[in-house]
Write a protein that binds this ligand. Structure first.
Ligand code: B12
Ligand code: SF4
Ligand code: SF4
Length: 344
């Protein structure tokens, strides 16, 4: 016979499906399984200048520090796979950022699920990325997927292309079983990483990761990494692209994650003409807006330095005169790189 706890869980899973989530599973709200690995990662400086990851370590590893009387964590997956890289563009943007910001898309769904759980008598805090939760550890405990050697969480049906979200709740819900690690002997992600950022299985040194360097890092991109960044102008998908579990990936039903044509009709050097106003309009509601014009143009200059040619020099010369030092320094570097290549 089904108990009230089982019925409550089934209702939550049904509502999650109706809201568009692709999976919904439950784990116990206890100290994170890999709490010690997280503490060590922070102590080793792997977070780079993401100081916010160091501020609330104890809250991040223990849901009871976030919600008084926390009993369960409801972990959710939302597929964002928008398909293959648009043809005829001379740059790459990580797929998760091809259109609208997932924080906004998912938060509206989480609000509704939270209301439904309040009706069941629960008190919740809900997050997607922005909260103090080791999201992948709790997802692994719930059997939603497992942390691949790249640290990216893999789902047996969705592959790597999904966002995580969770509600920490006071409801006592029956936990699901973990699914186990299914990477086997594969090391494709480690071999494919252009900067050697996956320093060992299940560990990424953010300071070497192109995703960190092009998104989270505020200052100049260290010269030692500029060449490996290639034509990536926002984030990096290399360790996801090569994962064999992506052979089952299906295009996301959420059209707000599909490629935004107004962005992808630009060629790389066109982005250098964006003033602040046009930048904000082009990337309205997009995660790219978050890094502001100066960091975005910094990235564009690095990519042009790697893949550009003489035809890109006039736009770069103008950028080298930009009043923002971050842009002008990276534009001057790109000009030097292109001229070096043009020499016989
Ligand atoms: C900081 C951060 C980053 C940093 C650091 C990434 C990293 N690998 O640590 C940077 C900026 C580099 C980054 C990049 C990306 N990120 Co990010 N990021 C986060 C954030 C905010 C915190 C992650 C964190 O705590 N890192 C610290 C490390 C120590 O934690 P961890 O990776 O979770 O690692 C655990 C395991 O390694 C485990 N562990 C250790 N040893 C072992 C051994 C075994 C056997 C096992 C199973 C586990 C294990 O212990 C660790 C602690 O729990 C999360 C959201 C969140 N709040 O969790 C999103 C999040 C992880 N990012 C996300 C995404 C999409 C990305 C990118 C794909 C974006 C892109 N395309 O550019 C890349 C992927 C790069 C990569 N290989 O990880 C998604 C991932 C979804 C998924 N399916 O996994 C998340 C979950 C956001 C979300 N809500 O959807 N990210
Ligand atoms: S590429 Fe291979 S090792 Fe890396 S996460 Fe995928 S299955 Fe695991
Ligand atoms: S996102 Fe790119 S740079 Fe970062 S670990 Fe994966 S392959 Fe390496």
């Amino acid at each position: 016979m089904k108990t009230n706890r089982h019925i409550a869980k089934q209702n939550i899973q049904r509502i999650a499906r109706e809201l568009g989530f692709d999976d919904c599973r439950v784990s116990r709200a206890k100290e994170a399984t890999h709490a010690e690995a997280y503490r060590q990662w922070i102590a080793d400086g792997c977070a780079g200048d993401m100081a916010w990851l160091e501020r609330n370590v104890e809250r991040r590893i223990d849901p009871a520090e976030v919600v008084d009387g926390a009993f369960s964590v409801v972990s959710l997956a939302l597929n964002y796979f928008p398909g293959d890289n648009p043809e005829d563009v001379d740059y790459r943007i990580a797929r998760y950022a091809w259109n609208e910001d997932y924080h906004d898309v998912i938060e509206e769904k989480l609000k509704d699920l939270n209301l439904a759980m309040e009706e069941l008598g629960g008190v919740q805090r809900f997050y997607t990325d922005t909260g103090p939760v080791l999201e992948r550890d709790f997802a692994t405990d719930s059997g939603l997927g497992w942390n691949g050697k790249s640290t990216v969480q893999i789902h047996r049906r969705l592959g790597t292309w999904f966002f995580l979200a969770e509600l920490i709740t006071t409801l006592d819900l029956p936990p699901d079983e973990p699914f186990g690690d299914h990477c086997g002997k594969c090391t494709r992600c480690i071999d494919a990483c252009p900067t050697g950022a996956i320093t060992e299985s299940h560990r990424v040194d953010a300071r070497r990761c192109i995703s960190y360097l092009t998104i989270e890092h505020h200052g100049a991109i260290p010269v030692e990494f500029r060449k490996q960044i290639g034509n990536r102008i926002y984030g990096c998908d290399d360790c996801l692209d090569v994962c064999p579990w992506n052979r089952f990936a299906q295009i996301s039903r959420e059209t707000r994650f599909h490629a935004r044509q107004s962005v992808f009709q630009h060629q790389l050097r066109d982005f250098l003409t964006l003033d602040d106003n046009v930048f904000r309009k082009l990337f309205a509601k997009s995660p790219i807006k978050r890094i502001k014009r100066n960091r975005f143009l910094r990235n564009v200059c690095v990519a042009l330095g790697n893949v550009g040619g003489e035809k890109d020099l006039p736009a770069l010369e103008r950028a080298a005169g930009d009043e923002d030092n971050l842009i002008s320094e990276h534009a001057s570097w790109a000009i030097r790189e292109i001229k070096k290549r043009a020499q016989p």
